[in-house]
Design a protein. Structure first.
Length: 222
């Protein structure tokens, strides 16, 4: 873990996409020299990206404090690149941070990362694939394939704001004792009832996500 670092920092600009619910998307992220990260505010109050200048097309379903920054491992992009037989540049999945040397998907919910000299980020939950992502990738049955792989990358909250640059080290803190990670949460939101129940008992989700998962579990029980 000593070699864990940020490989690239990425932002997205507004890009027309008729298939998106708002007709505009910011998923087309690309590397930049540095980014400023901060808590954008609650989603319900219109909080957007936690990355200054980063565009989010659909503020109803994306953004806010619990989805301030999206991180994805370069190793995951490489695995998909080999499977799809095409190059996948940093930022291809719409991630703000492309990491190296850290298993983002195995990060425990609530775990804090010290990034660079100052910034502290907290692991909140998984990215959920959507139609906009499928259009961006242009691959058959992309949402199903991405879901079946079960390694979605992590949404992070910004606890201490600051500047991030390529090469900044990532130092994970002590993981919470409940041990439930990003992959567990993703499987729970995708329908794994036992993991959903475990997450609810652990109380490790934001209240809005907890309530959503509780409603989902209740529906599946009927």
């Amino acid at each position: 873990m000593a070699s864990a670092r940020i490989r690239s920092v990425n932002t997205g600009r507004a890009h027309p996409m008729p298939e998106a619910s708002t007709g505009v998307t910011g998923i087309d992220t690309a590397p930049v020299r540095s980014i400023e990260v901060r808590a954008p505010g609650p989603k319900r109050d219109g909080g957007g990206s936690g990355v200054a200048g980063d565009v989010i097309g659909n503020l109803r379903h994306h953004g806010g404090d619990q989805q301030a920054v999206y991180a994805l491992a370069r190793e995951e992009l490489d695995a998909w690149s080999a499977e799809l037989g095409r190059d996948l540049p940093d930022g291809m999945f719409g991630e703000n941070l492309t990491t190296e040397g850290i298993d983002v998907d195995a990060a425990v919910l609530g775990q804090r990362w010290q990034v660079g000299d100052r910034v502290v980020l907290r692991v909140c939950g998984p990215r959920i694939p959507c139609q906009t992502f499928a259009v961006r990738m242009g691959e058959p049955a992309w949402v199903r394939r991405f879901t079946e792989r079960g390694r979605p990358g992590a949404y992070l909250a910004v606890e201490v704001p600051g500047t991030l640059r390529p090469g900044d080290p990532v130092v994970p803190g002590e993981p919470p004792q409940h041990g439930l990670d990003v992959m567990d949460a993703f499987a729970a939101f995708m329908g794994e009832r036992d993991l959903a129940a475990a997450l609810l008992v652990a109380g490790c989700l934001h209240p809005d996500d907890h309530a959503e998962l509780e409603r989902s579990l209740r529906r599946r029980s009927h």
